[in-house]
Design a protein around this ligand. Sequence first.
Ligand code: NAD
Length: 280
Amino acid sequence: MSVYPDLRGKVAIVTGSGRPKGLGEAMVKRLAAEGCKVVVSDIGAARGAEMPETAIGSSKEMQQIVAEIRAAGGEAIGLVCDVLEEAQVAELVAKTVAHYGRLDIMVNNAGIGYLMKPIIEMTQADWDAVLGVNLRGAFFGIKYAAKQFIAQGQGGRIINIGSQASKSGFPFASAYVSSKHGMVGLTRSAAIELGAQGITVNTICPNHVTTGLGAWQNQFFSAATGRSEEKYLADMRARIPLGRPGLQEDIAKACAFLASGEAAYITGEAMNVSGGEEYH
Ligand SMILES: NC(=O)c1ccc[n+]([C@@H]2O[C@H](COP(=O)([O-])OP(=O)(O)OC[C@H]3O[C@@H](n4cnc5c(N)ncnc54)[C@H](O)[C@@H]3O)[C@@H](O)[C@H]2O)c1
């Protein structure tokens, strides 16, 4: 589906997009369907004991997503990148430019959302893991994309994936909420700093998407609040004005819009995509 003709031929990286059913997968596939030349990027293998294999995009899954994009007529490559490592993020951008000749769109999507603990049980390692991937990783993505955009001299688009947790607090998620609130500050500062170069920087704030990581969170929060999963989901639907949780595609649509020329005058925003659940 192509809604934004100006996206045709643009080069886009989406970090953390190698996990089936993740938001990154939906965004990278939507950008490819718009005619972008895309880089599917993910960590490829678990980093340590705090990172379960089931919660990451493996190299095999990443290549599967690349194959699906190509089979649908799109242009894609897969590049492993651990966003915690500055050198790897720099290399991700360098390899993208070596392959496609340029970079136009950087989507900082990689995130850890499965490390939920009460504050009194959270360790420094837990805190550092979440803040590291969610916030430091986005900082590296902004830094190296911006360097490339400035060298090209034609502006660029940076889209960070925040959360409802960028706007509201949630129990057992202090590190996650802090990282996603921090991302809004990072977005605002980067937007001001990079605006003169024609670079826009925005954050998308999805509410709960119940597939992938979200499915795991359903189990966690229903157990933590003493409700059945059905009751938890019914309560969620009842408080969302549009009556349903978010879908992968809702976030992909917002991403394509912010990447397109239609969003040329939007920067520094933290845009809710939440069916009206979050409105500030
Ligand atoms: N699912 C939701 O309900 C929801 C809601 C709001 C925001 N988000 C945000 O959306 C983004 C995507 O989450 P998702 O729901 O698709 O979950 P997901 O777990 O499917 O995706 C996260 C991806 O990040 C990758 N990742 C983790 N550590 C990494 C590292 N060090 N380097 C590179 N990649 C790494 C994982 O391998 C995975 O592919 C996250 O930033 C998350 O916080 C999700």
